[in-house]
Design a protein around this ligand. Structure first.
Ligand code: NAD
Length: 244
């Protein structure tokens, strides 16, 4: 018996990094996954690696049409949808006076509007399935601020808030919506960052598998009473009051 045997999960931005690890971990526990991304080569290779419980689809989270196709594909291939991991995200930054509005719009579009469109697209199938789980991937930067990262911080606070408004509205339908808040995780997104850029109390970066374990828990019925909640895995980063 796997922990998520009967679950069908759409994972956005799942071709690499944390999303890819979530796909592997969910299938290892019995789920079926539809991996959506804009990186088609990586996405197809990952689905082939995982096997018949995985499919890959080109899904730009900012496109309403792509979301319609993703929902249709998941239902056609696996019969239902029971969970969504809103994982796709980008990062950018500049000092506030130099932060261009096109860059601001781009990050809000992918990180926030993409998450909203995903929630909206899966709501009806999740209700039809008798319930389900939506996970918004926020960040420690959805709990704290960070200079230069204005669009990222704003978008990650926003998806945290959106998880709560959606959780309240969907609770009567047994659809749970939570946010997760990873700290510094070793993925392509953080590849170029200097080691020791942030002072992590546990003294190290985390591996994607240390986040995937929360995803499996939140998709599974083990988390059946958790909704509108925040799950933090950051090695103590957001707990610290920095001292000189
Ligand atoms: P990553 O860059 O390896 O993966 C992000 C994925 O999102 C990529 O595969 C990318 O192609 C995809 N993507 C980008 N724009 C997209 C779009 N419009 N439509 C569909 N897919 C799109 O980064 P990661 O570190 O694995 O990040 C995963 C999530 O975790 C992101 O939301 C990120 O903000 C968040 N996060 C990362 C860290 C970290 O330290 N790595 C910490 C906290 C939160």
């Amino acid at each position: 018996m796997g922990r998520v045997d009967d679950k069908v999960v759409i994972i956005t931005g799942g071709a690499r990094g944390m999303g890819a690890e979530h796909a592997r971990a969910l299938v290892a526990e019995g789920a079926k996954v539809l991996i959506g991304d804009v990186l088609d080569d990586e996405g197809r290779a990952l689905a082939a690696e995982i096997g018949p419980s995985a499919r890959y689809l080109n899904l730009d989270v900012t496109s309403e049409d792509d979301w319609t196709t993703a929902v249709e594909t998941a239902i056609r291939e696996f019969g239902t949808i029971t969970a969504l991991v809103n994982n796709a995200g980008i990062v950018n930054g500049a000092p506030i006076q130099k932060f261009r509005v096109d860059k601001w719009r781009q990050i809000i579009d992918v990180n926030l509007t993409g998450t909203f469109l995903g929630i909206r697209a899966v709501t009806e199938p999740l209700i039809a399935a008798g319930g389900g789980s939506i996970i918004n991937v926020s960040s420690v930067e959805g709990l704290r601020g960070s200079p230069w990262a204005h669009g990222y911080v704003a978008s990650k606070w926003a998806v945290r808030g959106l998880a709560k408004s959606a959780a309240l509205e969907l609770a009567p339908h047994n659809v749970r919506v939570n946010s997760i808040h990873p700290g510094l995780i070793r993925t392509p997104m953080t590849e170029g960052l200097p080691a020791g850029m942030v002072k992590v109390p546990m003294g190290r970066q985390a591996e994607p598998s240390e986040v995937a374990t929360f995803i499996v828990f939140l998709v599974s019925d083990e988390s059946s009473y958790a909704t509108g909640a925040e799950f933090v895995m950051d090695g103590g980063l957001s707990t610290d009051v920095p001292h000189n």
